[in-house]
Design a protein around this ligand. Structure first.
Ligand code: TYM
Length: 331
């Protein structure tokens, strides 16, 4: 039987290069091989309380960008989380076996609680349970994600195992975080520290035009340059090399690594090359975004088709899960 591949992205603003390289691109490469599900995690994005207008706009934008990035809705099941109510019910059932202590200890919860102390809601706490429901509802084997999602995948495996043990069944599979051709990756931001994120203001977006991309990369934080041969790179310069290694050819990487080692590197040249290689990836996607965005009829067809396909699979799982738990009808 074909493996089941599933991934998703929160609908909080435009997709950035990290989302694309960490998750979407992997998915696009895999979609012809298996039984693939890709969705927009719009419930997850409610933890930050967007306005109704912003919320809807973000969902549309992400749907458009998925399509522009090459997800084929005829081959994959492309859907919006809130169109599949079975996910919410599985979430409720899994919550009964998720414990406060383990949820409080997750890194992403601690991070969020620190970043938004005025809004530490229960949705943030149970975020990994909803994510497990997303994954387990379709019995996913592989979940293409970036490195930051590793812990959430570990939690999904834990909840799957716990359900199986609790009811003495071998029902849920244990999904793994996956990258198509290498290790899970973390694309750093352009501000010298931390990962590229939607809200950090350090990102390159699929919706950015060439000029914007060049400007952003030329302004990326660096240092004053190496003065001792073979010296260790600062975090900001190392970050640029991390992106270079993913988007550029081996020759290019070797060239600039050599120049760094011998202290001959000019960061301006490195950035120019990096910008061109990033543009090569983003420009074809970018050029499709506008057309798809204005085609409401197509988007509506895609969303309806995805919801129908996803609900068929989800309803089957939910029926079996309820039966195993002992939720049986009297009528
Ligand atoms: P989100 O929306 O934060 O990110 C979506 C995907 O992009 C990856 N990613 C990155 N990869 C590399 N470098 C980066 N700087 C970077 N930033 C983001 C993430 O690892 C992710 O794969 N909780 C998830 C959404 C979700 C989900 C799921 C994913 C909900 N349910 C079920 C997979 C399966 C999230 O917030 O991702």
């Amino acid at each position: 039987m074909n493996e089941i591949v599933l991934s998703g992205i929160r609908s909080t603003g435009n997709l950035h290069l990290g989302n694309y390289l960490g998750a979407v691109q992997n998915f696009v490469k895999m979609q012809h091989a298996g039984n693939c599900y890709f969705f927009i995690a719009d419930y997850h994005s409610l933890t930050t309380h967007p306005t109704p207008e912003d919320h809807h706009k973000s969902v549309k934008q992400v749907l458009v960008e998925y399509l522009a990035a090459g997800i084929d809705p005829e081959i994959s099941t492309l859907y919006i989380q809130s169109d599949v109510p079975e996910i919410s019910e599985l979430f409720l059932l899994l919550n009964m076996n998720a414990y406060l202590g383990e949820l409080e200890r997750t890194t992403s919860f601690k991070d969020k609680a620190r970043k938004q102390p005025e809004n530490v809601n229960a949705g943030l706490l149970t975020y990994p349970v909803l994510m497990a429901a997303d994954i387990l509802i379709h019995h996913a084997d592989k979940v293409p994600v970036g490195k930051d999602q590793e812990q959430n995948l570990e939690m999904a495996r834990k909840f799957a195992r716990r359900y199986n043990n609790m009811y003495g069944v071998d029902y849920f599979k244990e999904p793994v975080a996956y990258n198509f051709d290498k290790e899970l990756i973390k694309i750093p931001g352009l501000d010298g520290t931390g990962k590229m994120g939607k809200s950090e203001g350090n990102g390159i977006f699929l919706a950015d035009d060439e000029k914007t991309i060049r400007k952003k990369i030329m302004r990326a934080v660096t240092d004053s340059g190496p003065t001792i041969e073979n010296s260790k790179m600062s975090e900001s310069v190392n970050n640029l090399f991390t992106i270079l290694k993913i988007v550029s050819s081996a020759d290019t990487v070797e060239f600039f690594t050599g120049k760094y080692k011998t202290c001959e590197i000019r960061y301006g040249d490195l950035k120019k090359q990096l910008a061109e290689d990033v543009i090569k990836i983003i420009a074809p996607i970018n050029s499709r975004i506008k057309d798809i965005y204005s085609n409401d009829e197509y988007l509506s067809r895609v969303a309806r088709m995805g919801a129908e396909k996803a609900r068929t699979s989800a309803a089957k799982t939910l029926k079996e899960v309820r039966e195993i738990i002992g939720i049986r009808k009297f009528y």
